[in-house]
Write a protein that binds this ligand. Sequence first.
Ligand code: AMP
Ligand code: ZN
Ligand code: FE
Ligand code: FE
Length: 270
Amino acid sequence: MRIDLHIHSTASDGSLSPSALVWAARTGGLDIIAVADHDTVSGIAEAKAASQDRVHVIPAVEFSTTHDCGEVHILGYFIDPAYPDLLAYTLDAVEKRRERVRGMLARLAPYGITVTLDEVVQLAQPGTRMLGRPHVARALVQRGFVQSVGEAFDRFLGDSAPAFLPTEMITPRNAIELIHSAGGFAVWAHPRLSTLEREVDRFVDWGLNGLECYRPNAGAADIRYIEELCRKHGLMITGGSDWHGAWQGKLGDFYVNGADVEALLDAGGI
Ligand code: AMP
Ligand code: ZN
Ligand code: FE
Ligand code: FE
């Protein structure tokens, strides 16, 4: 069984619509995928409808959370996408992310870069709910201000670059609680080892259920470290590609096996 537990669609900053994603997963030989868009569940219904039970779609979400030490991404698996508090959160997040993009665009103006929020929205893919830095980066490319998305991040939008603004929407603790009340399991996405080492006890106290371990290009030593931490704390191990589009390779080239992520699949009743 081939599984990818971390994929983005055009509901956030992925390049394929949820139904195209399901098709690409099938073509790429995947049996189970989790559609885990940033701060939204708006792609899940379309992905489920397109899957026709040929690809199993796990409903998921990836929360951008604000922690003392910076941004931490928390994945929620097997959440109920119709859970009212979750929907209310995502509606609020749409507005907050729009305001953040507006703020980043204002920070670009002194560099002679004049792009409006409307232009970013118009240049984004149809169906995009949740705006983020990749949409701004693509707009800068399309308007000819930079040559590539990479250059946009390097010069303007990266974490230490001049136009960057953090997302400030929810704490890890509240995200874990929201995931639980929506019936799901909370997993720390692509943890940085130094942060993980320092913070894991607190996150476990807050009810964290797992750690994302298997990723494209993950080092063997890092994998061993996270596996050991999961054993020690009774956490579930997950893995996924964090695929956003073709520039990251072909969907399905990276996958985990059922045995690798058995605890999560069991927890979700698969
Ligand atoms: P945001 O949630 O708006 O802060 O955007 C984060 C997203 O930007 C990530 O999920 C990646 O898809 C993308 N991203 C972050 N850093 C880079 C980079 N250096 N080059 C290209 N894309 C990036
Ligand atoms: Zn992303
Ligand atoms: Fe992430
Ligand atoms: Fe992601």
